[in-house]
Design a protein around this ligand. Structure first.
Ligand code: GLN
Length: 307
């Protein structure tokens, strides 16, 4: 084992004892997750993927899709058009809050559900297949392999998605969404149901870390300016109502999802990702946070530290 993989493995083993939290319970596919699963991966500048633990376990990407769909919206529409429909201020509220700006109805930011739904609405296409096709293509380019939708998770998301549907109707009442609410929310449920592994997430994080160029495939996925915008918003808003404390403790742009995934970006250095299904009260992976925090500390990766 090379020294970096050995360090990843040490960090992972240290965190195995953390047993607090519960997996998400709103759909059976997430509630039934094996809570002992634990995985960690890192991808460096030359595209070498180092992974430890249950690195091949598949899970749905959930909210970690949000920064990558935002990247697509920025690439398709440009920053100013995106900003007309969704803000960039941390909401300080849970992921599913009704955080709409008084007056305009603009959601607080693209990393909470309301803002993510507004972002999905911006993706080119008037039907679910076209929108989802573009989203799957973009996220696959970030991951460096073809991703697919877990149809049973999608069916459950859609069957239990009344709050997201309600958020979308509110957005439509403010003119943030035009056209079919169903097209937008079903596309959003499908983007959340994309299947990934911790390796995929680490490669996706690394693509952002290296300015939008996937270091494994060598493909430029988005322009550097788009990657920078996405990372800026992840820095202030990526961990829901824990974003401020995360920035203080870890100092890296990051994004979490309700299935227990977490990715973080050390610009020009590493993309990292962790997976463990037990969540804290903010909906972030308990062991995922601990693993990434410890790794960032050992490597001195806090962005605001003098280097
Ligand atoms: N599908 C979930 C939802 O929209 C994703 C939320 C999350 O990962 N926090 O409620």
């Amino acid at each position: 084992m090379d020294p970096i993989t050995a360090l990843l493995d040490d960090v992972l083993e240290e965190m195995r004892g953390l047993e607090s939290g519960e997996p998400a319970a709103y759909i059976p596919e997430l509630a039934d997750a094996d809570v002992d699963t634990l995985a960690f991966a890192a991808v460096g500048p030359r595209g070498r993927v180092r992974a430890v633990g249950d690195a091949d376990t598949e899970f749905t990407i959930q909210s970690i899709s949000k920064p990558f769909v935002l990247a697509l919206a920025l690439a398709e529409r440009g920053r100013e058009s995106v900003l007309q429909k969704v803000g960039v201020e941390p909401s300080g509220e849970p992921f599913n809050a009704i955080s709409l700006e008084p007056g305009t109805g603009r959601p607080a930011n693209p990393m909470v559900n309301a803002g993510a739904i507004a972002t999905t609405a911006l993706i080119v296409g008037d039907d679910v297949d076209t929108k989802t096709g573009r989203i799957v293509e973009m996220l696959s380019a970030f991951a460096g392999r073809s991703l697919w939708v877990d149809e049973s998770v999608y069916a459950s998301e859609s069957a239990t998605g009344d709050r997201n549907r309600a958020l979308a109707h509110l957005l439509r009442s403010h003119g943030v969404i035009t056209g079919s609410v169903d097209t937008v929310v079903e596309s959003y449920f499908r983007q959340c149901s994309l299947v990934v592994t911790v390796r995929d997430l680490a490669v996706m994080a690394a693509t952002l870390a290296f300015g939008g160029r996937n270091p494994v495939t060598g493909v430029r996925v988005v322009e550097e300016a788009v990657a920078r915008d996405v990372l800026s918003i992840m820095t202030s808003c990526g961990m829901y109502d824990f974003s401020g404390e995360w920035l203080l403790r870890v100092g890296l742009p990051a994004k979490s999802g309700v299935s227990g995934g977490l990715l973080a970006v050390a610009p020009s250095q590493f993309g990292v990702a962790a997976f463990s299904p037990r969540l804290d009260q903010h909906g972030n992976s308990v062991r995922g946070i601990a693993v990434v925090e410890t790794f960032a500390e050992r490597f001195g990766m806090h962005l605001l530290e003098p280097h």
